[in-house]
Design a protein around this ligand. Sequence first.
Ligand SMILES: *Cc1c(COP(=O)(O)O)cnc(C)c1O
Length: 398
Amino acid sequence: MSEATKSDRKLRQATLLVHGGTLRSQFGEMSEGLFLTQGYAYDSMEMAEKRFKGEDPGFMYSRFSNPTVNMFEQRMALLEGAESARATATGMAAVTAAILGQLKAGDHIVAAKALFGSCRFIVEDLAPRYGIQCTLVDGTDLDQWRSAARPNTKTFFLESPTNPQLEIIDIAAVAKIAHAAGATLVVDNVFATPVFQSPLKLGADCVVYSATKHVDGQGRVLGGCILASEAFIQAHIHNFLRQTGPAMSAFNAWVMLKSLETLTLRVTQQMRNAERVADFLAGQSQIKKVLYPFRKDHPQYELARRQMSGGGTVVVMDVKGDKAAAFRMANAFSVIKISNNLGDAKSIVTHPATTTHQRLPQADREGMGITEGMLRLSVGLEDVEDIIEDLQAGLAAI
Ligand SMILES: *Cc1c(COP(=O)(O)O)cnc(C)c1O
């Protein structure tokens, strides 16, 4: 039996992140067990028969479920306040299942334009190959969501804050529009993290994560997670994952479980560092614009405050000058590493126009506000003074 659910006592988030979902074996191990096993031995043929009929709740095969993966799923569900969770091999496996698991040929998706590149591929290129049409909207414009809905619209999909413009989409308002249209709402909550935003409480039907980002948070393994009501998981996700097989490995689940113990501590400190970095950059003459959701000059500051409990760990700046100026700045960093990941304990700088968003035609990029001078900073756990010294060196090199 799971330790955290043994009694009816309602435990708080920090406690759940350490103990939630723990399954202890007969050895009483303190640290969560790593069950590297494909299959499970049954006591008898009768037991095997019952398991396959769903009359005995044990494990059958690790493509379906595994004790270590199960612990990770339970802990994520407790953190998110979701009835049910399913882990996947990557964030993209989670997004693909959450979207395609609900749809069939003839259905229609409405999605915000400002999506992670691979998520755009799923809705814009992949889904139409299977007869599922997609309309892309400016996610911040509620009228566009309203007018894009059709009788065959089955799901709305968005990410907030968006990558890399850090636009905030009103999740509660979009959820209402989706439900009025008879559709569900799926939210990619990577940038906000489960610590700073709870889309299910705002009315979303399903939340997806790339656990690769803040959940691991230490740049090691890939993973994803889908969270929703038990009814949503049973109707759309459970069988899709079992039969198509994008299962999270037990090893990765174990790494993620240990990471969850420190998730709140890490992202809270990263957020404090990000706030300092944003305030520092805002005062610099070589920087045209700084974007951070919890700074008063963010165009959607009020909305950010309303639906998030922290501004997150990513700061975006627009360097005066062109691509060369942005490159000179980033090339001068030494503590901040040049990479395209985010949410890591190590600070990371990315030039979206030439890396994560280079696939988009220039006109699309410009329409989304992704300029040649834009740098995205994922702020890490270093001493913030060392990060700021790096930024000073970068500013001097512009
Ligand atoms: C990274 C990321 C993904 C994809 O996750 P992977 O683990 O790389 O597959 C999806 N959405 C957002 C917002 C991301 O940042």
